[in-house]
Write a protein that binds this ligand. Sequence first.
Ligand code: ACO
Length: 431
Amino acid sequence: MDTYIAMTKYVSATIGDQPTDGSLPIVQGTMGPAGVDIQALYSRHGVLAFDPGFRSTASCKSAITFVDGDEGVLLYRGYPIEELAEHSTLVEVAYLLMHGDLPTAVQRAEFDRAIGQYNLLHEQVMSFYNGFRRDAHPMAVMVAVVGALSAFYHDVIDIRNPQDRTRAAIRLIAKMPMIAAASYTYFMGRQQRYPINKLDYSANFLQMMFGLPTSEYVVDPVLARAVDVILILHADHEQNASTSTVRLAASSGANPFACIAAGIASLWGPAHGGANEAVVRMLHEIGSVENIPKAIARAKDKSDSFRLMGFGHRIYKNFDPRSRVIQAQAKKVLAHLGKDDPLLEIAIRLEEIALKDEYFVERKLYPNVDFYSGILLQAMGFPLNMFTAVFAVARTTGWASHWLELQEEAHGIDRPRQIYVGQTLRHYPKK
Ligand code: ACO
């Protein structure tokens, strides 16, 4: 027989300003839904909160990013993502996420200087790459290389010291483009280029990815700006799987590089950062506009595991605001390069058809950021398996900011509980 607990007992009892027997406090944020503080639930009432997938769980308080999934709103430190994508740069956004406000000119110059100081990889780190198969997935390489950096920067980081913490965060952000680029150039069998400090972050990423040792790489400002926009859009997204992974790992006091490596591992999955790769594969598989109805029918068929990749989101039940910005960038870059990508046409038609289809409307399934980002990255020459690596470069700014924020909290190690459904006590058979 099912048993139920009347939630109104908890909610209504706390509406007053005095705690009563069995009441639980309400936690209010500055925006978004309030939370019920259930920290004392077990000690007072002997029950646990059961929320697999964390659909109704706020795991922390955070002042970094706000998402309103019903309205399709995304704010970094209060600034709408559309405004940042139009006017800001990845480095400025990184500063904003880390410190809470946009930098002054002096702070910006100092931050740029620090990025330039820390953007090189230790030469011994480069030898790690040689241990991989040439065709290793860049994300596998990045998990390992970023994890390995913890061996280079362990004793030098006192995570109780705010200056050390900030330096560790900047180191991570600064080194990520070269780490990602090297996972590609290793595969290509090319010597890795170094960062050039007179170039900005995204231009540098491009030249380290695509520059040849034999000639000067001329940065295309339209492409560099498109990379910057992609990085800004992917920089943070509150408590998603990879960020929660970073926070969980960090709650034990682990080395920040090891925590970010854990985040990269989580990001790799196709339900998370791997989706843009899956979108392009799906669009190739669909092949032409005529095949779209068949694909839509498959996505709706519950006996078929096929899903419309790049559609749906755990939080957004409306347009993902990033998807519109990415779509505009994809069109702009394709026009600039004089390319006519049939995948873009398939994607636009697919979106139009799906958005009118009852199945998608009813379930509030809209295009997410990944729906167009793969098309854009492909147009710029990024190979499929580098898509998630680019995402990891961007999200490192968010992960590092959450890591910093978590260090200020004093709740100790995270330790979820479980509802045990295994065997009850039994004894080892006597022989
Ligand atoms: N195609 C077809 N049906 C879908 C899709 C989809 N892409 N997404 C959700 N549904 C259906 C589900 O089958 C379910 O149907 P039902 O109610 O009849 O059982 C309903 O919509 C709700 O789906 P859930 O899986 O409960 O939604 P959830 O919020 O858990 O999943 C997720 C979100 C994982 C992103 C899902 O929409 C998905 O798999 N999308 C494709 C992968 C993708 O694009 N991931 C990128 C996420 S964004 C990011 O990480 C940056």
